[in-house]
Design a protein around this ligand. Sequence first.
Ligand code: GLY
Ligand code: MN
Ligand code: MN
Length: 495
Amino acid sequence: MAEELTPETPEESGEEPIKQRKNGLYPGVSDELAENMKSGWADTELHGLEPIAQAEHTARRRAALSARFPGERLVIPAGNLRTRSNDTEYAFRASTEYAYLTGDQSEDGVLVMEPVAGAKGTDGSGGHEATIYLLPRSDRENGEFWLDGQGELWVGRRHSLAEAEQLLGIPAKDVRKLPEQLREATGPVRAVRGHDAAIQAALTDKVTAERDEELRVFVSEARLIKDEFEIAELQKACDSTARGFEDVVRVLDRAEATSERYIEGTFFLRARVEGNDIGYGSICAAGPHATTLHWVRNDGAVRPGELLLLDAGVETTELYTADVTRTLPINGRFTPLQRKIYDAVHEAQEAGIAAVRPGAAFRDFHDAAQRVLATRLVEWGLLGDLDVEKVLELGLQRRWTLHGTGHMLGMDVHDCAAARTEAYVEATLEPGMCLTVEPGLYFQADDLTVPAEYRGIGVRIEDDILVTEDGNRNLSAALPRDADEVEAWMAQLKG
Ligand code: GLY
Ligand code: MN
Ligand code: MN
């Protein structure tokens, strides 16, 4: 006889309830089918797995964290799937803090750093034991593998806890038991907020916003200096991004026949095939859209004779992103006015990049680029009879330069955003930091203070610059920036 749901109910078994399939189409399940589904499955456990490439780096990052917070339990969640509608979810991306400290990207995962009794941890060793809490493989016996919305039959095979331990080098336990354990735990706790509501709820009475923020700030500042694994990932991201830009140039005629969406889709293909995703919403801004800094609607026309401002970055499979902008003449040749504005931005970028070196103030590259742009704007007669010093003092160039000249780059496009002012914007550059240098000039279509021919032109050039021991290295140098070189590169790609 067909019954609504024959496997043992959670109440009967005393186990955590199996979540219902979310599509609402729960079929009748006979005793026979339920019994049948329990068996006949091969043992697919994997043995002798090699640790992931960054395991030694994640161990060192956890040791630094341990040294900073001796005697305290630290809880760092990956986050959960977020519903888009009904049983459909947004693409999942693990929290940066979790991925940085574990190398894992599983939804629902949680890293817990448990203080070791008596250990001070001030030397960075032995202060904590790390455990990673994960969803284990789906049980066949209780039916969760096919009756639960997160069952492996629906979402694909997960690593077993034993496999995860081998890969990550961290002991792994079942995350479904963690909220209860956290509720019962005693002693000081800090957690990274905003990713996992169930974990946060379990800690409500134990944490404070201020102490949790100190944890977030520490991880953000730890990421200011990239290790060798991270630098290689950022180079990979830039190399993929360069290929994505080439893809776009090759299909500009198809974009002209459709819209900016063709550019967005073309770049996205490269990001998904070579990496995890795009690192942020691609800005595919043709013509006057280039003057809108966050133009991500990408639904406008692509017209020959106008410029395309393309700001896009591939995020690697290990979650490091590039952030690159090129401003390209859609038909392959700059007009004299477009070139004049482009050359000024290029000159400003060169001055900015030249100011990136160890020991320089973080603000130096911004100031250097702004000085060049202000000089050109004065020369072009756009600021009356004010001289450059006065313009800079009053910041009047900002009507057209609009934004800061760059930011830290890494796992987040605006990386290390929780770092304290004194550790970031008021600090000096150090080898291993990676930042963007991205000056721009933007003349809005309705700006009556500039000659009509300037209106609707926006130019930005953005590269990803690594601070080295003796200066810097441009990780995105594969893409040309000089106007002549841009035209030659486009001619070659367009055939
Ligand atoms: N694409 C965002 C930025 O350049 O900061
Ligand atoms: Mn940027
Ligand atoms: Mn950008």
